[in-house]
Design a protein around this ligand. Sequence first.
Ligand code: ADP
Ligand code: 5GP
Length: 211
Amino acid sequence: MEQKGILIVISGFSGAGKGTLVKALLQKYDTYGLSISMTTRQPRAGEMDGREYFFVSKEKFEQVIAENGLVEYACYCDNYYGTPREYVEKQLAAGKNVILEIEIQGALKIKERFPESLLIFITPPNGDELKRRLEGRGTEDAEVIAKRLARAEEESEGIEAYDYIVINDDLEECVEEVHRLVDAARRVPIRRKELIREIREDLKKFKKGAN
Ligand code: ADP
Ligand code: 5GP
């Protein structure tokens, strides 16, 4: 039976490995679609407009907010980040599991607006490993890294709002664990309202006096 896709929020501290994980998940399974966010931050070396993000000015971002073009948005370390509405709605309708790789304020807004969404928090095994990964990535200077590590401490206060926490130690294991969680989440009755409605409808034929 056809099933609508589910909305999956992946969050985690900067440097936890969310981007790496999501890329591996998309490569391995074709049931996922990744939402590309809009941001006012500068592209990193190697990032392409329309691939990692839609890179826009603050004015443009505020115009899209005013046009109700975003499902959610937030400010993170001095920049705006937001999820364009159209792609998410189209992909869900097409049966894809849509991944939003977003930070915690956005995640909470998504849960409020889409109670059936699945919220997964990705963490490295410990803080030192987080610092190592951020430094090892080599895309931010020391000042930005310090800001992001401080932000991680604040974000850790919100982890309980998520449905699951997954440790990204061995990447391959992490990919499989997330995929299993999504698979299980698709079987939870609140995400199968249409199926339940159809079963109920079908069973009406056995009701006394129906024939
Ligand atoms: P995020 O998207 O959460 O900011 P990235 O995916 O950019 O994080 O990963 C940060 C750095 O950590 C990258 O250099 C990446 O190659 C590395 N990394 C990701 N996952 C792992 C892992 N399981 N083990 C070791 N290094 C990892
Ligand atoms: P980065 O600058 O490292 O690419 O992203 C910084 C943070 O912004 C990450 O935690 C990332 O998940 C988050 N982020 C990316 N896109 C969005 C979005 O559309 N909305 C929200 N709320 N956060 C986002």
